[in-house]
Write a protein that binds this ligand. Structure first.
Ligand SMILES: [Zn+2]
Length: 354
């Protein structure tokens, strides 16, 4: 889909938003038990000049708040005179889950991010997904969907993207996160469905649920600025390029270090997720503290996922490490020394999300 014709265009979403206009809209996607409308907050910023139409979505999982703050900031900071094209800001997509502050839609625990493109006549979540997809996403040229890890876990700041598609690769690189997890994505996930429809879309995973984490939010806003520059929505602005980056396939997420003994887990790594070969990652002890098993890093690497729950049985995943080459290790060490790596200071995390 390419909306970047020579002329500026009107954006239609029930209401019309003319070129040069910015509108905050409440768009009905469902009804609650009282028969009252369930409305998502949407901001449309229609640039004075024509260009790409870009969507930003958050709150598809109701307890993932970092992205909600990112979208609020995007909607606030850009004005029609600043941009060439249209910004579609979907502040909170899954309102029932957001109101309950939980990941899934409360009705039957449905996962909105397995429900796209949705259906007009199906369950509650599919209907909401359909309204969002049909009315907003289909009008866009590209998009970014913001997520965090789920409750009691955290995730390193990274992008998920299908890098086998060059249009997606361009978007992922422009967003400039250091870590990109590549793979097609799950069936029914917004990025999977939109990308298959010719709307290159990436997922951004950032930190914990139920929190605003300002460092991560600022990193994401820098990434957005870079994407807008790359696609000439903000012509003349610089495209960012990280000093290093690491891509890893979705399949490798299953290569976790696992516990061989049961007991109490104490993570030893941190505060930065960089570990050197042989360094202790965690210890597992019995309740009498008589036996202690030490789990060491098998190679130099970046810890991109680890369990926060401190009890383990044999076979439980402890953490997931991505191997790094010496050059990347040195570059990360340099960033740590210069406080440039502080967005990655964290303990624990997981890849189960999106
Ligand atoms: Zn999510």
């Amino acid at each position: 889909m390419d909306n970047s014709q020579a002329d500026s265009e009107v954006f239609h979403c029930g209401e019309t938003v003319e070129p040069g206009e910015k509108k905050h809209i409440r768009y009905e996607v469902a009804e609650n038990y009282l028969g009252d409308p369930v409305e998502i907050p949407v901001t449309i910023i229609n640039g004075e000049q024509p260009g790409k139409t870009v969507f930003f979505s958050a709150g598809i999982h109701g307890d993932e708040l970092n992205g909600v703050k990112v979208v609020q900031e995007i909607a606030d900071r850009y004005e029609p005179e600043d941009i060439h094209g249209i910004l579609v800001c979907l502040h909170v997509c899954n309102i029932p889950a957001y109101e309950a502050q939980q990941r899934y839609t409360p009705v039957y625990d449905q996962d909105m991010n397995r429900s796209f493109p949705g259906k007009a006549r199906s369950n509650t979540t599919e209907r909401m997904a359909h309204r969002i997809y049909n009315r907003f996403i289909e009008q866009c040229d590209l998009g970014i969907d913001f997520h965090t890890s789920t409750r009691n876990r955290t995730t390193i700041y990274h992008t998920r993207a299908d890098l086998s598609d060059p249009t997606v690769e361009r978007l992922a690189r422009a967003f400039a996160a250091n870590v990109i997890l590549y793979g097609e994505g799950d069936a029914g996930a917004l990025r999977t469905v939109a990308t298959a429809d010719g709307i290159p879309t990436i997922t951004v995973e950032m930190g914990r649920a139920h929190r605003f984490q300002p460092i991560l939010i600022d990193m994401a806003l820098d990434g957005v600025e870079s994407v807008l520059a790359e696609y000439a929505v903000r012509p003349g602005e610089p495209v960012r390029w990280p000093g290093w980056f690491k891509t890893t396939s979705a399949e490798s997420t299953k290569r976790w270090l696992r516990a061989d003994t049961g007991g109490l887990v104490e993570m030893q790594w941190g505060p930065y997720p960089l570990v050197r070969e042989g360094e202790t990652i965690c210890t597992i002890s019995d309740h009498f503290a008589t036996e202690k098993h030490i789990v060491n890093a098998p190679f130099d690497g970046l810890i991109v996922g680890s369990l926060e729950n401190p009890v383990a049985a044999p076979g439980h995943p402890l953490c997931h490490i991505v191997q790094l080459d010496e050059w990347t290790v040195e570059e990360i060490q340099r960033e740590i020394n210069h406080q440039e790596f502080d967005g990655y200071r964290a303990h624990g995390d997981t890849w189960k999300d999106e």
